[in-house]
Design a binder for this molecule. Structure first.
Ligand code: F58
Length: 791
């Protein structure tokens, strides 16, 4: 049992013996590190216990392979899950330290781009909460996702330097090191095939314990870092080439140097393929070593090992496992393929064609000459087994990772109901018809520990006071709030929570960015990666049209609104960067308009990341989920907003569909075309032009942009955007504008009735329990992994 006294003791011990400081001389970072170590000690006990239990039970283990784990800060996760919030606050207070400031001092580990990486992080936490023996495997990027700032409204990227500051969470494991090969040639002697790589690097493990709710269980996130096999070239050193002597190490480390920042377009870059193989090969070696130690008989592998591929990025796991089993361990090719398939399953996260990984066969064959042979063999085996099959995974001089993943997996899952159905009729139509049992749905979820209990303590407190604390790991209990929602006094308290959260965010924005906003305004929030399909430009167009309308009639009864944006654009995605600049330019003009100032403000907060999401979501009144239907596989931000009492204005896309079903259609502002209607509309010649001609508000907004109202002196600055919208408008911004406008005006009216709005918001909270990642992970455990809880 940890008490304030024992925690204080522990913190002081670490200050003194781990950092050589006494309380008088400790700086903020020392306090943060000492507290982290004190918390980590307690996590470590749970962690080692969990490992023993897994061995003793001979249990099946889950391995989540992902190029991204967007974990953010970990200190609060630990404190909250060990239920040490009061104790940690008390200890820091005794020494005059501010709890929030100490927590905020931790670097935000941005080892991911967006939803896919954050999902992996939520899953790890849920796996621990559920006591499912699991490892996450990823890459220990030295530089995570770039840091974003704005210069004259334009996005500027800076390198991310999370490792420059100390953090307490990883254990370096220099003894866990595997040699990973690339290139070279393949020797075939009769039945024996041997790959002789020409280049080798070591993968070294770093372990981070991930603790679950109440510290009942902890799993491991194991990240690989590139190391040279001989760190120092003595020969070069002896010849006086001192700089050159250190080169092998520098080269080897490039493999884990930086996260690729493209969130949808996949470029066939050699280093990216190297990273993918590096992660996958190291993980498989580690998995097999653990299996060998405990079980031995490789035929049992599928009963003891479940490997989840987070998108196709680790898809090389299929051929690599076959290579190890067949070439190195001597099993037949057919048996190796069956065993590999028995272990592997694959999650698809997107239907966008540009995001489906394919590799140029020349590049692939150069880097992984044995694997390309095995892929051909896998492909021809599959073709033989399915004589009606028309499409190969090896067409057009490309290696197609989607079909490879599908064929090598026992299950393939989508991430929302709609996305799963669309997979069956689009990208995987043929494979689905050949293997109709393989595709299953596992709608995404988010961990309620981080996305409610930690980030929204006021709301969490009100909930616990009302229904007890069991909701924390049984989120559907939130339904028990419903009777209270009918009680006016309770609803007033709910409203007060939101008001306080908004005031806190506005103070923070004031202090941090000098941005002063009235917390009474409607906080309308769109935070996510910038992409045309996510349609931040639809939002800003509507904002501009609304501004023009307020100017026409400044004395009308407008609902004051703050439009908040956050999100990064891929550095090479110029259209998305233009959208950022347009939003910032519009903010400059609109925010300084005295006529509209009481009613409309815009702010684009820079460097959106997990920590910023944790600040913004609890303060949101309205959640913008406005993607072109059929394009957003699921969304997970949408769930976080609903849970925290922000109703959605959104399309029938991804998990929005299921959110609306759960919270009730009357508590969701629906607009726009359905996925089917989208496909039909695209066939209509000049659809954008027709939409513009039919809606004078849209026309006016486009005119204002085109004429340079927001780019004085440079009217052509946004002609790329206007001509796209007036022309091809692939994402149907114009066609959905009128209905979006209507939905937003309904929001305006609804928000005026404070009680009715609070009622709607609270119902969003009460009915979002299904979107817990605990529910999602239970689904994977039962439907896909055949794994059980050891709690
Ligand atoms: C996201 N994908 C989906 N990809 O867009 C989102 O709808 C879904 O909720 C989420 O996955 C979780 O399932 C996504 O984030 C990436 O960031 C990849 C990064 C690497 C290159 C390709 C895209």
């Amino acid at each position: 049992m940890t008490t304030t006294a024992s925690l204080r003791e522990s913190v002081l011990q670490h200050l003194r013996y781990s950092f050589g400081k006494d309380p008088e001389h400790a700086i903020l970072e020392d306090w943060r590190m000492a507290l982290s170590y004190a918390v980590r000690d307690r996590i470590t006990d749970a962690w080692i216990d969990a490992t023993h239990k897994t061995y003793e039970a001979g249990a099946k283990r889950v391995y989540y392979l992902s190029m991204e784990f967007l974990i953010g800060r970990l200190i609060e996760d630990g404190i909250v899950n060990l239920e040490l919030v009061d104790e940690a606050k008390a200890v820091l207070q005794e020494f005059g330290k501010d709890y929030a400031a100490v927590l905020a001092d931790e670097p935000d580990a941005a080892l991911g781009n967006g939803g896919l990486g954050r999902l992996a992080a939520c899953f790890l936490e849920s796996l621990s909460t559920l006591g499912c023996p699991a490892h996450g495997y990823g890459i220990r990027y030295e530089h995570g996702l770039f840091r974003q700032s704005f210069v004259d409204g334009r996005q500027v990227e800076q390198p991310e330097l999370w490792l420059e500051q100390r953090h307490a969470w990883e254990f370096e494991r220099p003894e866990v090191r595997y040699r990973i090969g690339f290139g070279g040639h393949v020797d075939t002697r009769g039945e024996t095939v041997r790959w002789h790589p020409s280049e080798v690097v070591d993968a070294e493990a770093y372990d981070t314990p991930i603790v679950g709710w109440k510290g009942r269980w902890a799993n491991t996130l194991r990240l690989w870092s590139g190391r040279a096999i001989h760190p120092f070239d003595l020969d070069r050193f002896n010849h006086g080439d001192f700089a050159g002597a250190a080169q092998p190490e520098a080269l080897a480390r490039t493999i884990s140097r930086v996260l690729y920042p493209d969130d949808t377009t996949v470029e066939g870059k050699e280093l990216r393929l190297k990273q993918e193989y590096f992660l996958t090969a190291a993980a498989l070696r580690d998995i097999l070593r653990r299996f060998d130690n405990q079980f031995g008989d490789l035929r049992k592998l599928p009963s003891k090992v479940a490997i989840q591929l987070n998108d196709t990025h680790p898809a090389i796991a299929g051929p690599e496992l076959v290579r190890v089993l067949h070439d190195e361990r001597g099993l037949s090719f057919e048996e190796s393929m069956e065993i590999a398939k028995g272990c592997l399953s694959y999650t698809n996260h997107t239907l966008l064609p540009e995001a489906l990984e394919t590799w140029d066969e020349a590049l692939f064959g150069r880097l992984l000459p044995r694997h390309i042979q095995l892929i051909d063999q896998i492909d021809s085996t599959h073709a033989k087994q399915n004589p009606s099959r028309l499409n190969s995974m090896r067409a057009d001089h490309q290696v197609k990772m989607g079909p490879l993943s599908f064929v090598m997996a026992h299950h393939v899952n989508g991430v929302s109901a709609l996305h799963t159905e669309l997979m069956k009729t689009t990208v995987f139509e043929e494979l689905h018809n050949l293997h109709p049992e393989r595709i299953v749905n596992e709608t995404n979820g988010v961990t309620p520990r981080r996305w409610l209990l930690s980030c929204n303590p006021r709301l969490a407190g009100l909930i616990t006071e009302t229904i007890g604390e069991d909701w924390v790991d049984d989120l559907e209990q939130l339904q028990k709030l419903e009777p209270s929602i009918e009680d006016a006094a309770w609803l007033d308290r709910y409203t007060q929570v939101k008001r306080d959260n908004k005031a806190e965010l506005s103070n923070w924005m004031g202090q941090t960015y000098g941005l002063h906003v009235d917390p009474e305004m409607l906080f309308d929030v769109q935070i996510k990666r910038l992409h045309e399909y996510k349609r931040q430009h639809l939002n800003i167009l509507e904002t501009i049209a609304h501004w023009a309308e307020i100017r026409d009639n400044p004395n009308a009864d407008w609902t004051p609104r703050l439009k908040l944006f956050g999100g990064k654009a891929a550095p090479g995605y110029f259209f998305a960067k233009d959208i950022i600049r347009l939003i910032n330019d519009a903010a400059t003009v609109i925010n300084s308009d005295p006529v509209t100032a009481p009613f409309l403000k815009i702010a684009f907060l820079p460097n959106y990341n997990v920590s910023l999401a944790e600040r913004m979501i609890p303060a949101a009144d309205l959640s913008e989920q406005i993607s072109t239907a059929g394009k957003e596989a699921s969304g997970t931000g949408n769930m976080k907003f609903a849970l925290n009492g922000a109703p959605t204005v959104g399309t029938l896309d991804g998990a929005n569909v299921e959110i609306r079903e759960h919270v009730g259609a009357e508590n969701f502002f629906l607009f726009g075309m359905t996925a089917e209607e989208v496909m039909e509309r695209r066939k209509i010649e000049g659809h954008a032009r027709k939409a513009i001609d039919a809606d004078p508000r849209l026309k006016r907004a486009l005119d204002l942009i085109r004429e340079g109202r927001f780019s004085p002196g440079e009217p052509e600055r946004y002609h790329g955007i206007t001509s796209n919208l007036e022309g091809a408008d692939y994402f149907l911004v114009c066609s959905d504008f009128t209905d979006y406008w209507r939905a937003q005006r309904e929001v305006d009216v609804a928000f005026k009735d404070t009680r009715a709005w609070a009622h709607m918001a609270a119902l969003n909270t009460a009915r979002s329990g299904w979107f817990s990642s605990d529910r999602t992970i239970r689904g994977y455990m039962g439907d896909i992994w055949g794994a059980t809880s050891l709690l």
